[in-house]
Design a protein around this ligand. Structure first.
Ligand code: PHE
Length: 339
């Protein structure tokens, strides 16, 4: 009996169990009701009284050994088994989508990058703006007919009666703020949201994005303006794009011009996008009005400057053939995913 026990002990110690099946065989052989150890327990009653304590003790030890081995191997098989189950190599790959920049931001960044490379600094200002910066300082005093050019959202100010607020109708107030805080030379680009109380249509929305540029120094001329605009236009739309200035009116510039480029779709031949004219309007520009310089404390005899402004939505719509401005703001991934 003792020899059988020590044989079993040796075997239990040395046996290797690699998987669930072998573990079950081990259980059946040693631990189960019909296993070896149960049989030996049964045989215990045939053992002499003197031997019983010794053999009984040994039997219990071997049983414990077998049970411990069983449970520790079982645990490690379960652990590694559950890991293996997590990775099912037959499953199709999981698609995960990466976020991307909104097409308007992409267009804006492309725009700003071109100007930064030639020394323009990006400057920003508030969207809720004082009337003074949005109009008065830009040569547009109250009751000036030019205020009607931009349908303004006026904001009630119950707290400070000395200040009147609007949602800025253009990014030009950033020019005023920058000039008030700095001395020339100034070379800035101001991107941002602007608001106009317009009826929503495929072409108009009550909010859109503008980029405004301003350069002030001694001896800045219209020629510099034309030079920098044609440089930008060639970079942005392609080397063959031409620029033309058409006389226009803005209260804060004199002379003022509408900014046209040759249609980049038909290259000036005439198509649907340019309505057969060969030209597309992309913004406005001009030489800073002396009254604007006076409002910010610059001497108009000493300094001159140019300014220009362009709408980002308009530029992106023309570039990508987007027919409805509202698509930009609906957050429909079917639209956004295309860019
Ligand atoms: N601020 C003008 C607008 O929104 C555009 C502009 C900017 C025109 C600078 C001339 C100079 O209409």
């Amino acid at each position: 009996m003792l020899s059988k026990l020590s044989e079993a002990e040796k075997e239990i110690n040395s046996i290797t169990i690699a998987n669930k099946e072998e573990l079950e065989n081990f259980r059946l052989r040693f631990i189960s009701r019909n296993g070896l150890l149960s049989k030996l327990f049964d045989e215990l009653k045939n053992v002499s009284k003197d031997e019983k304590p010794v053999i009984g003790k040994k039997l219990n030890e071997v049983k414990k050994l077998a049970e411990e081995k069983y449970s520790s191997v079982k645990q490690s098989i379960e652990e590694s088994g559950s890991k293996a189950e997590e990775i099912d190599l037959t499953l199709p790959g999981r698609n995960f989508s990466i976020g991307r920049q909104h097409i308007l931001i992409q267009t804006l960044n492309e725009f700003v990058k071109i100007f930064r490379e030639i020394g323009f600094k990006v400057t920003e200002g508030p969207e809720l703006e004082e009337e003074f910066y949005n109009f008065d300082a830009l040569n547009t005093p109250e009751h000036h007919p030019a205020r009607d050019l931009q349908d303004t959202f006026y904001i009630q100010n119950k707290f400070d009666k000395t200040k009147k607020y609007v949602l800025r109708t253009h990014t030009s107030p950033v020019q005023v703020r920058t000039m008030l805080a700095n001395k020339p030379p100034i070379r800035i680009i101001c991107p941002g949201k602007v608001f106009r109380n317009e009826t929503v249509t495929p072409k108009n929305y009550f909010m859109f994005h503008q980029v405004e540029g301003l350069y002030v120094d001694k001896n800045v001329s219209m020629r510099d303006l034309k030079g920098v605009i044609s440089y930008f236009v060639k970079k942005f739309y392609g080397e063959n794009t031409k620029t033309r200035f058409i006389p226009s009116f803005f209260p804060f510039t004199e002379p003022s011009a509408q900014l046209d480029i040759t249609c980049f779709i038909c290259e000036g031949k005439g198509c649907k996008t340019c309505k057969d004219t060969g030209w597309l309007e992309i913004g406005g520009c001009g030489m800073v009005h002396p009254n604007v310089f006076k409002a910010v404390g610059y001497d108009p005899e000493e300094y001159t400057g140019y300014a220009f402004g362009m709408g980002i939505e308009r530029i992106a719509m023309m570039k990508y053939g987007i027919k409805d401005i509202r698509l930009f703001y609906q957050n429909d991934v079917r639209f956004l995913d295309q860019f």
